[in-house]
Design a protein around this ligand. Structure first.
Ligand SMILES: Cc1cc2nc3c(=O)[nH]c(=O)nc-3n(C[C@H](O)[C@H](O)[C@H](O)COP(=O)(O)O)c2cc1C
Length: 473
């Protein structure tokens, strides 16, 4: 079986979850450029907006990226159900002084189709992911035919097996903790679904493709836990919602960073399909599940005017505040920095060269790494430029100057970065690069109170477990 990094073409097996309504190309670009897989949610975009976002995304990174779509079967509109729904919402309309008769009925999200495929085909997306199953065989064959790697979410073992049997190259195991819509498509019984840490080993044992853990992973420890349970990689959504590049509204960001975020629930009152969000007034007063809600995505139309009315008054009582159960990673940071911190959870296991070369699996730097650069710093004022520059220096070292391994970590205001090199000439060449010199100057002027650099020669090394012959030291 291929590793996930080999399948996706990324340095790290980390996918930024596509999050419709909360991000565009900017977040995806930032994550792809920081060595993860950035994702663009396509489900709510018009063909024109999709084309524009794809042009921005493909122009903004040389790295692989993902575009995501929904594959639901559009429901047949049911006038009686719609009437029941409007009746349930009538008291809120009266309170807001809104006219129910002015609300257009209609779908908000259309499933993936040949028309959408026409828009994305010229961009040859490296990865296409789906939610709610997979498209019809002819459509899927078209996507795979132009070379895209295909992913989709499974909420049960049965769905994972189905996805593999129908052509998915890897499966996203979406645990119940996950924010946003549940990806189920075989059974609508939420009782059959499991939390991430229970679901993951079941799916890993059941399928022979890479399994990506999703739901509740918000920091390096969560990433390490998923990998320990057999995941080939992780997909993280909620922890990116407060990133600088996300388009998450101010009201949503405030909720994510408040005490209210500790209470999330699955609700279908916003769209007609169960999705996890922070509990607010409309969820409390209508449900969170309400039999009057029409099928996905028809519930959205009558809810939208209430949302707009209350949001205009600075109130999120009628807004979908999508969030996973673990909001502890929601911090206002550049996505590159969030990505860097998450990838620390892979340890040296995932530190690879994107261009091939001395790849190490689970054992630290390569045998030919004779020199180590130990950089220690005390930070004074780290800003958005800092994390972008740190990621760039690391990439430069790994991709252009022969660096064999690069690990950085922070604790409080203390930072330590350790990089391994085959010779001193490579280290000198890296340090003399104009970008490195510029970073050094900014480090002195802005970011660091103090720092030290040591170049050391490795004279002895050992590790556990001892690698077998031919696998390096
Ligand atoms: C705001 C938000 C929007 C989401 N929108 C999508 C989407 O458009 N497509 C999709 O496949 N998954 C979507 N998801 C679900 C994610 O793919 C993923 O399962 C989830 O974010 C993982 O759990 P976590 O949020 O705890 O990290 C969304 C999640 C959130 C939080």
């Amino acid at each position: 079986m291929k590793t996930l990094t080999a399948l996706l073409g990324t340095t790290h097996p980390l996918i930024q979850a596509p999050m419709a309504g909360a991000q565009g190309a900017a977040l995806a670009i930032a994550v792809s450029n920081a060595s993860g897989l950035g994702s663009l949610p396509g489900a709510m975009l018009t063909p024109e907006a999709l084309r524009t976002e794809l042009a921005t995304l493909s122009g903004g990174t040389q790295r692989p990226w993902n575009v995501n779509f929904f594959c639901h079967t559009p429901p047949v509109p049911d006038a009686a159900q719609e009437a029941r729904w409007r009746e349930a919402l009538a008291p809120f309309y009266a309170e807001a002084g809104l006219d129910m008769a002015a609300v257009p009925a209609g779908a908000g999200r259309v499933p993936f189709s040949h028309a959408v495929a026409d828009v994305i085909e010229p961009f040859r997306p490296p990865v296409v992911s789906f939610h709610f199953g997979l498209p019809a065989p002819d459509l899927l064959a078209r996507v795979k035919g132009w070379g895209s790697v295909v992913l989709s979410s499974a909420t049960t073992v049965e769905e994972a097996r189905w996805l593999v049997a129908h052509g998915a190259d890897a499966v996203i195991a979406q645990g119940l903790e996950a924010g946003g819509h549940r990806g189920h498509f075989l059974s609508h019984d939420l009782g059959a679904q499991m939390g991430t840490w229970a679901l993951l080993p079941h799916i890993v044992a059941a399928v022979d493709v890479p399994v990506i853990a999703a739901g509740g992973i918000a920091d390096a420890a969560g990433v390490a836990a998923a990998m320990a349970l057999g995941a080939a990689g992780v997909q993280v959504g909620t922890a990116y919602l407060c990133s600088v590049e996300a388009t998450t509204s101010a009201l949503h960001r405030a909720a994510l960073q408040s005490e209210a975020a500790r209470h999330t629930a699955l609700t279908h009152v916003f769209t007609g399909r169960p999705a996890r969000g922070i509990v607010n007034r409309v969820m409390r007063e209508l449900g969170p599940m309400n039999p009057a809600a029409p099928a996905f995505p028809l519930a959205t139309a009558a809810m939208a005017p209430l949302r707009a009315h209350f949001e205009a008054q600075g109130c999120s009582d009628f807004s979908p505040l999508w969030a996973g159960q673990n909001t502890s990673g929601c911090r206002t940071l550049p996505a590159a920095e969030i990505t860097r911190q998450l990838t620390l959870g892979f340890g040296s296991m995932a530190t690879t060269h994107s261009e091939g070369g001395a790849i190490q699996a689970g054992g630290g730097p390569a045998l030919e790494s004779r020199f180590v650069v130990i950089f220690r710093a005390q930070a004074q004022a780290l800003d958005a430029d800092y994390s972008a520059m740190a990621a760039q220096m690391r990439e430069l070292a790994l991709t252009q100057f022969g660096c064999l391994d690069f690990t950085a970590t922070t604790e409080g205001d203390q930072e330590i970065a350790v990089s391994y090199w085959p010779d001193e000439a490579s280290i000198r060449a890296w340090k003399q690069h104009t970008d490195h010199l510029a970073a050094q100057r900014l480090g002195r002027e802005r970011w660091y109170a103090a720092y030290s650099v040591e170049v050391a020669e490795v004279t002895r090394r050992y590790r556990h477990p001892t690698p077998s012959a031919g696998q390096g030291a």
